[in-house]
Design a protein around this ligand. Structure first.
Ligand code: GLY
Ligand code: MN
Ligand code: MN
Length: 448
């Protein structure tokens, strides 16, 4: 990541009348003096590369000292307890800030540094600064005679400008995403080999993250979803604490985060390593819809073509199998497939796993894909246990397959191709190195 380049590109889009204020995340407390693992706000990270909590950046396009940081002051006692702080001096030497102040001085200093700038762009996703910034904006009105100033300050969200930038990844960003996907592919392969009846979802969740550590990933970009059998019906299941059973499928939706950049990959396969015929049929239908959707990805193709292609393939298949009944075009027009497809088929991916950016143009049309976009494609089928009108052999099967796609100048590159996804690949890998459950837990009666 190159925050200097990001600030420079942002400034090129603004004139010298503008000032950008962007807030980092606070440190959240988990319980009595125990902090949660810190996650930085991604707009702030994109523009600063700074990983500490409770910081604010001010960017003044065209100014001789354009880059100002407010951060926690040095504090030896706190640093002994909770880790080193850069402090304002470090913000200058390490981050390249032109000016830096303790965060406690922000209310006094920042309004002065806005000088005569009239367009304030605020990045404050958690609404922690907004009231104060409104105060600074309004203070300008009250501090001058009403007829001395013809143009007053405006305040607008930074997202409009910044999130457009974040949609198109630089080469350095693609390199980080590529590593995050490579790491997650390796972790998926590891987990596939470890999967077997009796293994607990928790063991596979941890095994996945252990492999990420070998790839120098910072963390996981979202709580991984390791869902055996019916638990895969819940899209964001993350309890990950049940034993796997023969005959069930395992759905694992898990990615890595490297230097702040996410990957987001889903694979579904049988716990015992062998698909039943109904599982294989539905699996191959989802895979066909994924491949068809990936084939539509090329610069200029509308975003919506991905979903429309995937859902057409799924709806045709569901009709053929008798799971859906009716007429194809009517089902598509009325989204009659949604009962079994549940969600749409993807999102931008980058610093945030569900990355920022608009999917439609101001006209309401789907936005055309552009080289440098990174997105997921993730069709699924979920046949509930209680779908009384569906042949019982299909019920309880949930399949999602998710790949991470880079839009190139000529088409698409599947960044997650190294995570196996054909029936033959999965049947040969799943269970090839099963882990056993070797721990003994207290009996339920002892815990009552
Ligand atoms: N893992 C979250 C998603 O696939 O969108
Ligand atoms: Mn996912
Ligand atoms: Mn996703």
């Amino acid at each position: 990541m190159n925050p200097t380049l990001h600030r420079q590109k942002l400034c090129e889009q603004l004139d010298t009348n503008a000032a950008v204020i962007v807030a980092g995340s606070p440190q959240r407390i988990r319980s009595k003096n125990q902090p949660y693992r810190f996650t930085q706000n991604k707009d702030f990270l994109y523009l600063t590369g700074f990983h500490e909590p409770d910081a604010v950046a001010l960017i003044r396009p065209g100014h001789a000292q354009p880059y100002v940081i407010f951060c926690r002051a040095k504090d030896p006692a706190m640093e002994t307890s909770f880790g080193a702080r850069l402090g304002p001096e470090g913000a200058v030497t390490e981050l390249g800030a032109n000016l830096a102040y303790p965060i406690d001085e922000m209310d006094k200093v920042l309004p002065e540094l806005l000088e005569e700038r009239q367009r304030i762009l605020l990045g404050d996703e958690e609404n922690r600064l907004s009231a104060r910034v409104w105060g600074w904006v309004n203070a300008q009105r009250q501090s001058v005679r009403f007829d001395d100033r013809r143009v007053f300050r405006s305040l607008e969200p930074l997202a409009g400008v910044l999130h457009e930038m974040r949609i198109i990844k630089t080469d350095a960003e693609v390199a980080a995403i590529r590593h995050a996907t490579d790491a997650a592919c390796a972790a998926h392969r590891k987990v596939m080999a470890h999967t077997a009846p009796g293994v607990n979802e928790r063991q596979l969740s941890m095994a996945f993250n252990a492999e990420l550590a070998h790839w120098d990933c910072d963390t996981d970009p979202y709580p991984n979803i390791v869902a055996g059998g019916p638990r895969a019906m819940c899209l964001h299941y993350d309890e990950n604490d049940k034993p796997l059973e023969a005959g069930q499928m395992l759905l694992i939706d898990a990615g890595g985060e490297f230097r702040g950049y996410a990957s987001d990959i889903t694979r579904t396969y049988p716990v015992s390593g062998q698909f039943s015929e109904p599982q294989k049929t539905l699996y191959n239908l989802v895979l066909a819809s994924l491949d068809a959707a990936i084939a539509t990805v090329t610069p200029g193709a509308p975003w919506g073509s991905i979903y429309n292609t995937a859902r057409r393939v799924l709806t045709e298949g569901l009709l053929e199998l008798g799971i859906l009944k009716g007429e194809l075009e009517t089902l598509l027009a009325e989204e009659g497939h949604k009962r079994f497809t549940v969600h749409k088929t993807g999102h931008y991916m980058g610093l945030d796993v569900h990355d920022v950016g608009q999917y439609r143009l101001p006209s309401g049309e789907w936005r055309p894909l552009e080289p440098g976009m990174v997105l997921t494609i993730e069709p699924g089928l979920y046949i509930p246990d209680n779908a009384a009108d569906v042949d019982p052999k299909w019920r309880g099967i949930a399949v999602r397959i998710e790949d991470d796609i880079l839009v190139t100048h000529t088409g698409a590159e599947n960044l997650s191709a190294a995570a196996p996804r054909t029936v033959a690949e999965l049947e040969s890998l799943v269970g090839s190195a099963p882990i056993t459950r070797s721990v003994h837990v207290p009996s339920e009666s002892a815990l009552r």
